[in-house]
Design a binder for this molecule. Structure first.
Ligand code: GRF
Length: 217
């Protein structure tokens, strides 16, 4: 049994999908804890409803980023995680935190990296006029939104999209992508070879998730 700790700051829809898939698909893993840096994160209730232990490490309780990172790291470490999944965790983590969990720290970012690192990815994708957009799951390295790309999900950008409609479509793709990648990692079927990820795939599995037939979610 592998232990997974999920870090959130907000709604927690990716976290909820991960918890549900872990249970429904009988992953050889348990979601050991959900940790939020915000006491008001809606995702905390969603985790509680699912019977997952939750805890809050409020960044406002600490004088420095380093002190917060240490406390967060200690809280995560107590659950002996094999994997630490950032799922809408909106604080930049310091190098020490990243080094502490390097190789077992994964993130989902709402763009096709390396395009559109940082915030407001959907607005910026629309402004850039791209025809494809999506989400990336990657291993975390110290620089923001960097680290080996594990898998990507592509969605189309449609003519009448606005930021919110595009965001909904990307989020639906995230909900397919993130649980799949975590499952592969937990099962030991996904590894990196230099900058590239390699999947021991079963039929129908791919590190590239293409748009569904009905993109307009
Ligand atoms: C997702 O789009 C994720 O990629 C981004 O923040 C959003 C979190 O959504 N980093 P949720 O909290 O999982 O619902």
């Amino acid at each position: 049994m592998k232990n997974v700790v999920v870090l959130i700051s907000g709604v927690g829809s990716n976290m909820a999908r991960i918890v549900d898939c872990c249970r429904d698909e009988r992953w050889p893993a348990r979601i050991a804890a959900v940790v939020s840096n915000r006491p008001d994160a809606a995702g905390l209730e969603r985790a509680r409803e699912r019977g997952v232990p939750v805890l809050v490490v409020d960044h406002r309780d600490f004088d420095s980023r380093a002190a917060f990172d240490r406390a967060l790291g200690d809280a995560v470490e107590r659950h002996a995680p094999d994997w630490v999944a950032l799922a809408g965790f909106m604080r930049v983590l310091g190098d020490d935190f990243v080094a502490r969990f390097q190789g077992r720290l994964v993130n989902i970012h709402p763009s096709l990296l390396p395009a559109f690192t940082g915030l407001h990815t959907h607005r910026r994708a629309l402004a850039a006029g791209v025809r494809v957009h999506g989400a990336t799951v990657h291993l975390v390295e110290p620089a923001l939104d960097s680290g080996p790309i594990l898998a990507q999900a592509v969605v189309p950008v449609l003519d009448d999209d606005d930021e919110h409609r595009l965001a909904r479509r990307v989020l639906a793709a995230e909900h397919r992508l993130y649980p799949a990648v975590l499952r592969w990692l937990i099962e030991g079927r996904l590894r990196t070879d230099g900058p590239r990820a390699v999947l021991r795939a079963e039929p129908g599995e791919s590190l590239l998730l293409l748009p569904t037939e009905t993109p307009d979610v």
